[in-house]
Design a protein around this ligand. Structure first.
Ligand SMILES: NC(=O)c1ccc[n+]([C@@H]2O[C@H](COP(=O)([O-])OP(=O)(O)OC[C@H]3O[C@@H](n4cnc5c(N)ncnc54)[C@H](OP(=O)(O)O)[C@@H]3O)[C@@H](O)[C@H]2O)c1
Length: 278
């Protein structure tokens, strides 16, 4: 038995890849979820909700390291605050957080910015909560996971005519590679804000949609649309990209080929993949 590592979001796209890697490193894992789960593969589950605070004290009890992967499109700062407060009271020694590339570069000024890109502001606010928590911390920013990009293009391709935000680019990264890096960080010393992790290539939104349509043998008309607002302009300027940190290996094309064929990818420790919500 080792002191358990608390993993929030351990049922999500990323967290489900983190848990087995922590186990493979010989660590006991406790997953916090809003739903009850039977223990499996040496993983203990505790029920709690970071938004309401319910169950968090029990989740952090006796834990030294916390890997915080729980997240939604809104309110991650509030969830981080509840977690950090309980973790500090319990004497935790290392809080590891996953954020997003661009959290500090996408300005969320207007109502439109907030409606479309409020996620970036809430990730930045959560980063500040983690850094100001008084706990030793590590934060890693990642670009969009392949799974999220797939969910976006799949949704877009359901429409007969696909609106493609003009000038938007993405640098999708493999969630398994992000999980491996998070585990490395969780097992190391607190390091503050560490270098970003980003996928091997930058793609235009139109290129991603066309790649998906080709792989699924579909034809759609793509119509470029210009999204107004300062946040959208920052995205057009590449605020969500980290080309100098293109350290990911698995490409979008490889991921897509595996998804379309139903083959598990090289980093898929999981049985199947689930699109993420953020
Ligand atoms: N997806 C991306 O492209 C991307 C890129 C960069 C960074 N990130 C960040 O990576 C993290 C994980 O993303 P993901 O795509 O794996 O997310 P996901 O698949 O949508 O999973 C979200 C997880 O958060 C948990 N959760 C949500 N609300 C909660 C609450 N109130 N209390 C406790 N747990 C809660 C869910 O657990 P239960 O449903 O079991 O309660 C679930 O495990 C997020 O912080 C996200 O912002 C994601």
């Amino acid at each position: 038995m080792t002191t358990p590592i608390l993993l929030t979001g351990g049922t999500g796209t990323l967290g489900r890849l983190v848990a087995p890697r922590l186990r493979a490193a010989g660590r006991d894992v406790r997953v916090l979820s809003r739903h009850s789960h039977e223990p499996r593969d040496g993983i203990e589950f505790v029920t709690g909700d970071l938004a309401t605070g319910q169950g968090i004290d029990a989740a952090v009890h006796g834990v030294e390291t916390i890997v915080h992967c729980a997240g939604t499109a809104k309110g991650d700062d509030h969830k981080a605050r509840n977690l950090a407060r309980a973790a500090s009271a319990a004497g935790a020694e290392h809080l590891v957080y996953i954020s997003v590339v661009g959290a500090d570069r996408v300005p969320v000024a207007s109502g439109l910015d907030r409606a479309m890109f409020g996620y970036y502001a809430s990730k930045r606010a959560a980063e500040l909560v983690v850094a100001g928590s008084g706990l030793p911390w590590t934060t890693l920013r990642a670009t969009q996971f392949h799974d999220l990009v797939l969910m976006m293009v799949r949704g877009a391709a359901r429409l007969p005519v696909v609106p493609a935000p003009a000038g938007f680019r993405f640098q999708p990264v493999d969630a398994g590679e992000v999980a491996a890096r998070l585990v490395e960080l969780a097992l190391g010393e607190p390091a503050g804000l560490v270098p970003d992790i980003a996928g091997p290539r930058v793609y235009g939104m139109d290129e991603l949609v066309r790649g998906y349509l080709r792989a699924t043998r579909r034809h759609r008309l793509l119509v470029p649309v210009t999204i107004p607002g300062r946040a959208a302009r920052a995205i057009r300027d590449g605020a969500n990209l980290a080309p100098e940190r293109a350290v990911g290996h698995r490409t979008w094309e490889d991921f897509l080929a595996d998804q379309v064929s139903g083959r598990p990818g090289p980093h898929d420790v999981r049985a199947g993949s689930r699109p993420s919500a953020s």
